[in-house]
Write a protein that binds this ligand. Structure first.
Ligand SMILES: [Zn+2]
Length: 251
């Protein structure tokens, strides 16, 4: 029998979704995407919708006991980030330009553990889609935190959120990748309409990011990104143009 990658016990493994299915099965998305497919959708003129089989997210990683540990975090994050999206307020700078959006309140514990658990799940997966995520000793730290329901300090696995200004119609799903910000390592993940960055580095968060990292008893900010200014475009191009990925991406 295979071993669960969380508890290391030989137990029957269940189907898991590294990025919860709910994040790419939201209503508007379903209208556009054919059944049993997952699309990369964007409003940007440069992109056309692409389809890839939804099955790639179904992997056998964990036993049912371990898989169930993630449920309450997945549920909370989906409710906050998707269902309660209308509750966000617009943040403008002194010139009146939109810089992002924010929620007036959120549950730090539940949301932070959601991001930490996605990072862990991606890091333990051998799936092609998550190949860029390697955790080393951080995997054990994350497991322990999830087992103790300990969301840790804002500085530990520091997280900040963003969304793309151009994408109005549907979620975009890119493979997670690493980004160095002022020399500090972050991974970033696209989950439906939101992008989260999570620090996987013992060094301090760059001070410019400190105001927007998620913390208890604070607003929850989402930065507005311009799709063409960020490196998401490069990643998408690289992934789609790579001939080894031709079975995954079909226009
Ligand atoms: Zn297990």
């Amino acid at each position: 029998m295979p071993k669960c990658k969380y508890c290391n016990q030989e137990k029957p493994l269940v189907k898991s979704h590294i990025i919860p299915r709910s994040f790419f099965e939201i209503k508007e998305f379903n209208k556009k995407a054919p059944k049993k497919s997952l699309s990369l959708i964007s409003d940007s003129e440069d992109f056309k919708p692409m389809k890839r089989p939804v099955g790639i997210y179904d992997v056998h990683l964990f036993c049912s006991d371990c898989e169930n540990k993630f449920m309450k975090y997945d549920d909370y994050a989906f409710k906050l980030l998707n269902e309660q999206r209308e509750n966000r307020k617009t943040q403008k700078d002194e010139k009146g330009l939109v810089v992002g959006q924010y929620y007036e309140n959120f549950d730090y514990q539940l949301l932070k553990l959601f991001f930490m658990s996605i990072l862990l799940r991606a890091g333990l997966s051998a799936d092609f889609f998550f190949q860029r995520v390697t955790l080393g000793p951080f995997a054990e730290v994350l497991k322990e935190a999830i087992d103790c329901a300990d969301a840790k300090e804002p500085e530990d696995f520091a997280v900040f959120l963003a969304y793309y200004a151009q994408i109005k119609r549907g979620p975009v799903i890119f493979p997670p990748d690493m980004k160095r910000i002022d020399g500090i390592n972050f991974y970033f993940f696209h989950i439906g309409r939101v992008i989260f960055y999570i620090k996987v580095d013992k060094r301090k968060t760059p001070s410019t990011l400190y105001p927007i990292i998620i913390k208890p008893d604070s607003l929850l900010f989402l930065l507005e990104f311009d799709l063409r200014d960020s490196n998401a475009y490069e990643i998408l191009k690289r992934t789609v143009d790579n001939p080894t990925n031709s079975t995954y991406f079909k226009t």
